[in-house]
Design a protein around this ligand. Structure first.
Ligand SMILES: Cc1ncc(COP(=O)(O)O)c(C=O)c1O
Length: 478
């Protein structure tokens, strides 16, 4: 629905397509587009929510929610008493540099009660939908589908992802910018190698952060500096001069679970534009936000400076080894070359099946159902944790895990982990995720997605017993 909108000081033809999809999403998308292509410039005051709602024939709450969402993403600034305006874009300048390669994680034996963070409920893998999609793909595939593959990834999957990521995560991506990799693990290795070959030496990685992925970056020859994280996400103000790239999890920091605050998102984009530095956005669980619409990807604010990384490991299961990088144009060719040198191309039939799953929206339906289940599970976990006031719970309602820190006077992390192991509960300690754990808060990461629906209540009972026994092991005698 095209609308002539005379806002305070601006005339704008805002094309809001209200047919079909959600009204709020349509409005958000129209506003994002207008800001990106400069029709709405920095500082422009937006009409009041009431006025815009009247003009568009929308509920005022819909417009308010859209404004809130875009403020969270850093496109708008809301100032109490003076309205909502378009945020200042960060200064523009040079682009980062370019060119080669890297490699897989393993499964440990599952504990009786699997509360390890980061695992989805693989018991709910959409077998029927996957099988039906595979059948359709095999029936329709031309012979070339069984020949040598494309190192960049199957065009069908790249096209499906370009649409899906734009629609659900606000990612700005044509299929030509996407490279399919065998997991984020491989994609990160490829990208890090390309950066090292291009002469980038110093990079910043969130602290705490995933130790396995930190090691991947280091193995590529990049010198990793810790990027501290507080309750508002990564401290982007601490980036040292000469930092060539920043690796982070802006939608839901791993492991603390906090999103990167809007001002910091803007500052990071500004840093990238003014220094030519590259931001690498690991959107590992961006589909799962339980209290609100997920915050759009950072990449949508600076597509030429941010590498967006997504994966099926949290939506379908890590066994698929299917992930994607959305790259600034100058990095596509070097990363594809690195991929080809490493393993030629990712297995093609799985890619075609995933493309079919996305194209028929079975992927959306699966994620929607999982989101409802995980949301309920997170609430059940929060109820259990409320019985332990000495524990501190961190992060927003999102993702597949919750970080809990232990009281200063004990027990130690090891004592708590031992207590969990005695009760058959598998979870993860926080310590190893710090670049240097000395003097850091002790804690545990509790996953709530991996157990089956039937097994979850028993897992929570075992967790409660383990936490109770663990806490009674402190205060620590040192
Ligand atoms: C922080 C983080 N990023 C990304 C991933 C996805 O990795 P992959 O796609 O290699 O399974 C994971 C999975 O454990 C993760 O914990």
């Amino acid at each position: 629905m095209p609308v002539d909108w005379s806002g305070s000081g601006v005339d704008l033809h805002l094309a809001v397509d209200l047919g079909g999809g959600g009204r709020r999403a349509a409005l958000e998308s129209a506003l994002r587009g207008a800001i990106r292509d400069g029709r709405l410039s920095a500082g422009t005051l937006l009409p009041s929510t009431r006025r815009l709602a009247e003009q568009l024939g929308l509920a005022r709450g819909t417009v308010t929610a859209a404004y809130d969402q875009l403020a969270e993403e850093g496109f708008l600034i809301a100032r109490p008493g003076s309205g909502t305006s378009v945020a200042e874009p960060a200064p523009r300048a040079p682009a980062p540099a370019a060119p080669p390669p890297g490699p897989a994680a393993t499964a440990a034996a599952a504990p009786r009660h699997d509360l390890r963070p980061g695992l989805p409920d693989v018991g709910a893998f959409p077998r029927r939908a996957w099988l039906a999609a595979t059948r359709r793909v095999l029936n329709a595939a031309r012979p070339e589908a069984f020949a040598a593959g494309d190192p960049q990834g199957r065009p069908e999957l790249r096209a499906a992802l370009a649409d899906y990521l734009g629609r659900t995560r606000g990612v700005v991506a044509g299929p030509d910018r996407i490279v399919i990799t065998s997991g984020y693990y491989q994609g990160l290795g490829l990208l890090s190698g390309v950066l090292a070959e291009a002469g980038i030496s110093a990079v910043a990685v969130e602290d705490p952060g995933h130790n396995v992925f930190r090691a991947v970056v280091q193995r590529a020859g990049l010198a990793v500096a810790p990027l501290p994280v507080d309750a508002h996400g990564a401290r982007v103000d601490t980036l040292a001069p000469g930092t060539g790239a920043v690796f982070l999890t802006p939608s839901h920091h791993y492991p603390t679970g906090v999103p990167l605050q809007p001002g910091r998102r803007r500052a990071l984009c500004g840093w990238a534009r003014s220094t030519g530095g590259l931001t690498v956005e690991d959107d590992y669980d961006g589909e799962y936000r339980y209290d609100r619409q997920p915050v759009g990807a950072l990449q949508g604010s600076a597509p030429n400076h941010v590498v967006y990384c997504g994966t099926t490991s949290k939506t379908l299961g890590p066994a698929l080894r299917l992930a994607w990088l959305v790259l600034p144009p100058h990095l596509v060719e070097p990363v594809v070359r690195a991929k080809q040198r490493t393993d030629l191309y990712t297995e093609a039939l799985g890619q075609l099946t995933l493309a079919e799953l996305i194209g028929t929206h079975a992927y959306d339906r699966h994620i929607r159902a999982a989101r409802l289940r995980y949301r309920r599970r997170r609430e059940q976990l929060a109820d259990r944790l409320a019985a332990f006031p000495r524990l501190t719970t961190h992060g927003v309602p999102a993702g597949l895990h919750t970080l809990v820190t232990l009281p200063d006077d004990g027990p130690t992390e090891q004592q708590m982990m031992d207590s969990c192991a005695r009760h058959g509960v598998g979870l993860r300690g926080l310590g190893e995720l710090h670049h240097d754990p000395t003097g850091r808060a002790a804690g545990v990461l509790i996953g709530f997605a991996a157990p089956t629906e039937r097994g979850y209540p028993a897992a929570l009972d075992a967790l409660s017993a383990a936490l109770s026994a663990g806490l009674s092991a402190g205060p620590t005698a040192v």
